[in-house]
Design a protein around this ligand. Structure first.
Ligand code: HEC
Ligand code: HEC
Length: 413
């Protein structure tokens, strides 16, 4: 775990933004949901470019404060891939693709990492390289955590899959490379492991890293496809997509912008605001990201069909995981989200106490096959562990056959 390029994520910061009124934002978003049909529309295309390539000026954190450009220059591509960074094969010129194929690229040479950054080929990381071949600035984009690649060229190298949770990305290990952090902080970040990040540990206000909560409680990086119509985002339903985008873009990524939410006591103001004006296009793009189907042949259809009945009947899952999005979050009164206290579902309670709502949203079930582990804290290693958890929590007494059918159904969603 050493390494990487910049990435990482930052932690911290939070957001504010849009603020004014969480409910109004929700309504605007619901409206956008309704009218969003043109997947290739100009606004969605602009949103895709923002999602993939816009750092919102977060070099102020990654370069000026964390000095990740100094570290990334020493990281070889093999190490970068090992901490979960992905390479976009479509950004590579044919000569490099041929050399990679022929095995003549030295994946132990940090200069290759810099070249990949110069080509804008490292998913979610933007670097500036000067004429002398030195990395002078580095920043991150949304794609770092919420995109993967299809591994069509080699493991970690392929075509972009936007919206997929990067379950390999070791944000903590990456950030721990920063020479600006003390040893205790580095050790804490290193303990997070791949596919996780704690967005409530710190925030960055443009100048300082502000401590929010300690000790850190890393949570699973979720996918962001299939959110159309869900209405309230994050494990704790703190707000609609744009609320959370603002929180992360400003406070965690370190973008130059403003975020304000009195519920969590966070106010960050930076002018000009490079985040807020981009939220509408970014939203449109996220709403266009569809849930990917399970790989062909990976689901036993007959068993899944039986499992669907267990989900609806003996399992009682459907009382909370309701059609069409497998969540009941929109059933709340007066425009507020319907939530569950941790004890109701037997989940880890502390993370919610750090959120604006202090309780959990029924997670909309989307392409579960793509993003193990499950539950906000990753406490269920696989789908069988999810089913065993509920069997015990609710005293379901499911038979072995019912459990395996239910797992098969969950794989099909
Ligand atoms: C460092 C990794 C990281 C980066 C970078 C990042 N996110 Fe996230 N994102 C997370 C984590 C972790 C969560 C889960 C937070 C929670 O639910 O409490 C999350 C949650 C979300 C959600 C809610 C998903 C759901 O199921 O409701 C959306 C939408 C989202 N992010 C979009 C974005 C966008 C857009 C950007 C860029 C502005 C971005 N994220 C940047 C890690 C990241
Ligand atoms: C009382 C409401 C409720 C019931 C009943 C319920 N769930 Fe959940 N479910 C939740 C909540 C809340 C979460 C989020 C918990 C967390 O992240 O810690 C969740 C999370 C999940 C997840 C994790 C999704 C992810 O992406 O991490 C799966 C899978 C799941 N439930 C499946 C089921 C199955 C299968 C059943 C029936 C055996 C079921 N649930 C019954 C409320 C419920």
């Amino acid at each position: 775990m050493r390494l990487i390029s910049a990435a990482a994520g930052v932690f911290v910061l939070t957001i504010g933004v849009a603020v004014s009124g969480l409910v109004p934002v929700t309504r605007a978003e619901a409206h956008a949901d309704g009218v969003q049909q043109d997947r290739g529309g100009a606004e969605a295309r602009a949103g895709q470019a923002i999602f993939r390539f816009d750092t919102f000026g977060d070099e102020q954190l990654w370069t000026n404060v964390l000095r990740m450009h100094d570290v990334v220059s020493t990281v070889d591509p093999a190490t970068a891939l090992a901490v979960g960074l992905k390479v976009d094969v479509d950004a590579l010129p044919p000569a490099i693709v041929d050399a990679l194929r022929a095995g003549t690229v030295d994946l132990k040479n940090p200069a290759v990492t810099i070249e990949l950054l110069r080509l804008n080929a490292v998913v979610g990381v933007k670097g500036s390289v000067n004429q002398a071949g030195q990395l002078t600035r580095v920043g991150i984009t949304c794609a770092l955590c919420h995109s993967s690649v299809d591994n069509s060229f080699a493991p970690g190298i392929g075509k972009r899959l936007d919206g997929w949770a990067n379950t390999d990305l070791n944000v903590g290990a990456i950030v721990a490379l920063s020479p600006a952090l003390d040893e205790a902080t580095k050790a804490e970040f290193r303990s997070w492991g791949p596919g996780k990040y704690d967005p409530r540990h710190h925030a960055f206000d443009g100048t300082n890293i502000i401590p929010l909560h300690s000790p850190s409680l890393p949570i699973v990086i979720p996918p962001i496809y299939g959110l159309k119509g869900v209405g309230f985002e994050t494990y704790t339903a703190d707000g609609p997509i744009s609320y959370w985008n603002s929180y992360v873009g400003v406070g965690q990524m370190g973008g130059h912008g403003s975020f304000y939410d009195p519920r969590i006591g966070l106010a960050i103001t930076q002018s000009p605001d490079l985040v807020t004006p981009k939220l509408a296009a970014l939203l449109k793009y996220q709403l266009s990201l569809r849930t990917p189907a399970p790989p062909a042949g990976s689901v036993n259809e007959a068993a899944a069909e039986r499992g669907k009945r267990v989900f609806r009947n003996e399992g009682g899952c459907v009382t909370c995981h309701k059609a069409p999005n497998f969540t009941d979050v929109l059933d709340g009164a007066g425009g507020s989200p319907l939530l569950h206290v941790a004890a109701e579902v037997g989940t880890e309670p502390v993370y919610a106490t750090r959120s604006a709502t202090r309780a959990y949203r029924t997670t909309p079930l989307r392409a579960l096959w793509q993003h193990a582990p499950y539950f906000h804290d990753g406490s269920a290693r696989d789908l069988r562990a999810v089913v065993d958890h509920y069997d015990q929590q609710f005293g379901l007494k499911l038979t072995e056959a019912q459990k395996s059918d239910l797992v098969e159904y969950l794989k099909s969603l």
